[in-house]
Design a protein around this ligand. Structure first.
Ligand SMILES: [Zn+2]
Length: 437
């Protein structure tokens, strides 16, 4: 027997009087507006989704013009070029993925077998795997190849509901290849029609030609690579991997102070494998975010709360790297705004913010509402796009998702599937068009 499909999304051509490139999305059983004060949300505000029942959105061009109940919106805007009927479904802002390494060449699929056999990261590296495998492949790849690979991945992100993505460099580890990665990310973003926020991560690892000489590599980053990136205006942030065997907090401070002097705010890969003072450094240099935070100290977390640093949690990496999960509840209780990212990278291939939200609920201690806040508003602020995306409010970009679910709780509840039935990016229907015939 075929199941009834009473709530199928229907998009219809409007009448001639409809404004060109206008869009109506009506009858959402739950419209998660996430409206509220400007800025990332912490404490009680972190779980207020601003839900409208039988909600509707009207957009013209790329931007949202009106938000309200379906009765209100249909009175004020009776028709549009495209109409989506979201009866029985949840509508929310497009996901913002606040942390990815989506540009790289080569495959590390082989390493899954090695992980399953119990090999450690050091043993995998000794077999020719790990980050330096990716560095070799990425240096050898052309800019066009990297852009093509990036495009394929960005389209997969969009299909799963992500409409804004932060993308880091960090597999070139020399000036021309770091610039090549950042140009490829921008190229892929243009072709994919996705907003990409580029971050310079030249301090991702010490390249093989500088083995045992991390200070000399840092000198090169500070004197040559970072100024070249700033001159080309190819990054919005400068990030550093502060960890035993990578870069110390003192080295991170030097780099991020130089970046700030060039107009690039900081981000920190902080306290992932051990407490190396990454959270405190992020607070000290007023970084926009500190990411990972599995082993952050109480003092580090308190400093982040005082400095307004956002915590970006990356539970898919804990899953793929067989590590514990960051304590999101502890961060929220301390007054730190929490954001989420996939950390998509060659060691943890995860494009799905839906999976990340489910992991955050099951393992980081976030309520479903807090995880959705972390994947929209707070992630938007963590990548500097909070004024434009992350909520459904007048004036924001029309980045919208329709979920085939009766309530937002299903985002935490369902693990590993795809609830996203329609994606609207900057007012254009990107997924769900097949349902319009
Ligand atoms: Zn990362």
């Amino acid at each position: 027997m075929r199941p009834a499909q009473p709530h199928k999304i229907r998009a219809v051509r409007g009448e001639a009087v409809a404004v060109a490139r206008s869009l109506l999305l009506v009858h959402a059983s739950e419209l998660l507006t996430l409206r509220g004060p400007k800025g990332p949300r912490a404490r009680e505000a972190a779980s207020d989704l601003g839900i409208l029942e039988d909600g509707a959105v009207y957009a013209e061009g790329e931007r949202i013009v009106d938000v309200g109940t379906s009765a209100e919106i249909l009175t004020r805007h009776p028709r549009a070029a495209t109409t989506l009927d979201a009866s029985g479904k949840v509508v929310l802002p497009g996901f913002v993925d606040a942390h990815t390494h989506a540009i790289f060449a080569g495959s590390r699929a082989q390493e899954v077998e090695w992980k399953a056999q119990g090999l450690t990261y050091a043993e995998i590296a000794a077999r020719g795997g790990g980050i330096l495998h990716t560095v070799r492949a990425t240096r050898e790849a052309s800019e066009a190849d990297l852009a093509r690979l990036g495009l394929e991945r960005l389209l997969a992100f969009v299909s799963l509901g992500t409409t804004t993505v932060e993308v880091k460099s960090g597999y070139g580890l020399q000036t021309q290849d770091e610039l090549k990665m950042l140009r490829a990310a921008a190229d892929a973003a243009r072709t994919a029609g996705v907003d990409v926020v580029p971050t310079f991560l030249g301090a991702h690892a010490v390249p093989p030609e500088f083995e045992g000489r991390s200070d000399a590599y840092l000198d090169l980053l500070i004197s040559e690579t970072l100024p070249a990136v700033a001159l080309a205006r190819s990054a919005a942030y400068c990030d550093v991997f502060v960890e035993e065997g990578y870069f110390s907090a003192a080295q991170g401070r030097r780099l991020l102070q130089k970046a700030a002097s060039l107009g690039l705010p900081g981000k920190v890969h902080a306290d992932e494998l051990s407490d190396t003072g990454g959270a405190a450094l992020a607070a000290e240099v007023r970084a926009v975010s500190a990411d990972h935070l599995l082993h952050a100290s109480d003092a580090g977390i308190e400093a982040m709360a005082r400095a307004g640093v956002i915590a970006t949690l990356l539970p898919a990496t804990s899953l793929a790297s067989r590590m514990p999960f960051a304590d999101g509840r502890r961060l929220l209780a301390a007054g730190v705004p929490v954001a989420l990212g996939t950390d998509f990278n060659p060691n943890a291939w995860c494009e799905s913010m839906q999976l990340v939200i489910a992991l955050a609920c099951h393992h980081n201690g976030l309520l479903p509402a807090q995880a959705i806040m972390a994947a929209t508003v707070n992630a938007a602020y963590a990548v500097g796009r909070g004024e434009d995306v992350g909520t459904i409010e007048r004036g924001k970009l029309a980045d919208l998702l329709v979920l085939d679910a009766p309530s937002y709780h299903h985002l935490g509840y369902r693990i590993g599937g795809d609830l996203v039935e329609a994606v609207v990016k900057r007012g254009r229907v990107r997924k769900g068009r097949a349902l319009t015939k």
